[in-house]
Design a protein around this ligand. Sequence first.
Ligand code: ADP
Ligand code: MG
Length: 149
Amino acid sequence: MSTREYFTRSPTETIELGRKLVADLQPPKLVLLRGDLGAGKTTLVKGVAEGFQAASQEDVTSPTFTLIHEYRSPLDCPRPAALYHIDLYRIDTQRELETLGIDDLISGSSILLIEWGEKFPRLVKERDVEIAIERLGENDRRVRVTGKL
Ligand code: ADP
Ligand code: MG
């Protein structure tokens, strides 16, 4: 288990970091994205989705109300993956979590990127990678990547 630390100074740099992290995200992976509201979790996913050629950054929006967004790489791309961007901010109980059916999304080619997953001990236990983003200032962020990389 290793931890790597990065610093970004703009949303653009965080997106760029997301693109770079794709090299470490061989599917299948369950990734927890930690950090306060506005830390930059969704911004980082924009880069991850671009890195997998699954979506352009403008097309990645917060799954606040829809709970799960799915983005797929073209099958002929070098690292095809099915990305599931999940936001559990509004999910409070284990029962509600189960109705989302996250387990059914896990397959050989899937990458689950989960915001607010740390609310559920089961997800903390099962996660492969944790990406923690901390707001240091208006545009400054510290990003710590821990786990099975
Ligand atoms: P979260 O998903 O963690 O709630 P978002 O990615 O939706 O956060 O929002 C992050 C906000 O912070 C955006 O408004 C973005 O423009 C701003 N921001 C400023 N600096 C950065 C940075 N270095 N990295 C990421 N976002 C940043
Ligand atoms: Mg978000």
